[in-house]
Design a protein around this ligand. Sequence first.
Ligand code: SF4
Length: 263
Amino acid sequence: MALQTWVFRSNRSLEVELLGGKFRDRRIGSGEVLSEELERADAREVLEWVSAHVKRLAVTTSFQSSGLVILHMLRAIRPDVPVLFLNTGFHFPETLAFRERMTKEWDLNLIELRGDHGSPERQAAIYGPALYERRPDQCCTINKVEPLQRALEGYDAWISGLRRDQSAARSEIPAVTPQTLPSGRDVVKVHPLAAWTKSDINAYLSEHDIPTHPLLERGFASIGCRPCTRPVRRGEDDRAGRWDGVDKTECGIHSLETGEFVP
Ligand code: SF4
């Protein structure tokens, strides 16, 4: 692969310089990414490339199927990569048990991230009960966006398992995209599985005999926090069971957008 140099620029853009290869500019949000070669590369090549070029690299996962594929590949490429897990305090017990199992079996370098308030009880004492029902954007900001933003100050790139086939909102995600933290510092977000389908994921998991999240057998498809996740019905996309009945499709970590909230 002709991917050789990756140059960060201070003007909120980044450039992937492809020596010996053809490329064209592609404008994504506020940043400029020259990423056509990465769009064509397969997932393992993308992971090898980012592992070779970015020292301060992390991967985020909630131990769902796409994340397991990435973790499995990274075990052979960069086994000590920090694995960031956002512990919101609202996970299903099955998620936490599966996380423990896979962390032990794969000897993962797991780093747990928590929101400012540390627990659902303390959050309820400050904001009242069931903030996730009344103001889910605020709840996600406290428990997901802000802790991840803080953690990412220690990294230059992070890997996520987003795929274009997961929902309409994700149908155009690029393989590589810049994000700007509240401090103004840029990080790079890498989606090695952007072009994969659910069938690709299941085939990989089956081929490598990788265990899957236990709630998949109970009709769940995308598994987030317990109060905001339901099983999906036939014909629904995988993320239809997230924040059902609420005008919300993402928690915010994939855009890192935050709002102004009045406690
Ligand atoms: S998914 Fe629901 S419970 Fe979890 S942080 Fe967001 S609003 Fe809160």
